[in-house]
Design a protein. Structure first.
Length: 199
């Protein structure tokens, strides 16, 4: 099994690369998706979050208001650390469970936004970093996601710098062009991963 860590700053296009790799045959484990699952209504994870942050982080229906929680934790590194201490162990346990169910010869891609921040590179055989300049990423967040510039910059500040992400990369996927350009890049990455996975 080839374990591939896939990361990139918010707005870099990492999720699109993850989708394209899945379409080519990778088994993708999406840490963000799992992080949402472990705090769904009725879970111990959500109860723990509410215990630490209060009921103000809930929607009326009892589900987690991720935007409200995000505005709290991304403005305060200690609160972010408290949230991570709740969510990360739950995500880790779920990932281990999924990994056990996967074929031994699979190319497993772990879509991990905070791979650099949490010094997780040693856990993977290969680290792929999706890269775009801060200016391009900011424009995408504002134009495509409707995020205000202040919130977007707060997210940037809570993540590793572009330089620190690039330092841990075995493979870099530049993503400042079109979707067609990105597809060509991902084809090349897939060819390389398949070669590394072959004994």
């Amino acid at each position: 099994m080839l374990k591939v860590g896939l990361t990139g700053g918010i707005g870099s296009g990492k999720s699109e690369v993850s989708r394209l790799l899945a379409a080519r045959g990778a088994v993708v484990i999406d840490a963000d998706k799992i992080a949402r699952e472990v705090v769904e209504p009725g879970t111990a994870g959500l109860a723990h979050v509410v215990g630490v942050f209060g009921t103000g982080v809930l929607h009326e229906d009892g589900s987690l208001n991720r935007e409200r929680l995000g505005s709290i934790v991304f403005a305060d590194s200690e609160k972010l650390a408290s949230l991570n201490a709740i969510v990360h162990p739950l995500v880790g346990a779920r990932v281990a469970e999924l990994q056990e169910r996967t074929d031994d010869d699979a190319i497993m891609v772990y879509d991990v936004p905070l791979l650099a921040e949490n010094n997780l590179a040693p856990m993977y055989d290969v680290v792929v970093v999706v890269d775009a300049s801060d200016e391009v990423r900011l424009a995408r967040l504002v134009e495509l996601r409707g995020m205000n510039e202040g919130d977007a910059k707060a997210r940037f500040a809570a993540q590793a710098t572009r330089e620190n992400r690039l330092k841990i990369a075995d493979i870099v996927v530049p993503n400042e062009g079109s979707l067609e350009d990105l597809q060509v890049q991902v084809d090349e990455v897939w060819t390389e991963l398949a070669a590394r996975a072959t004994p």
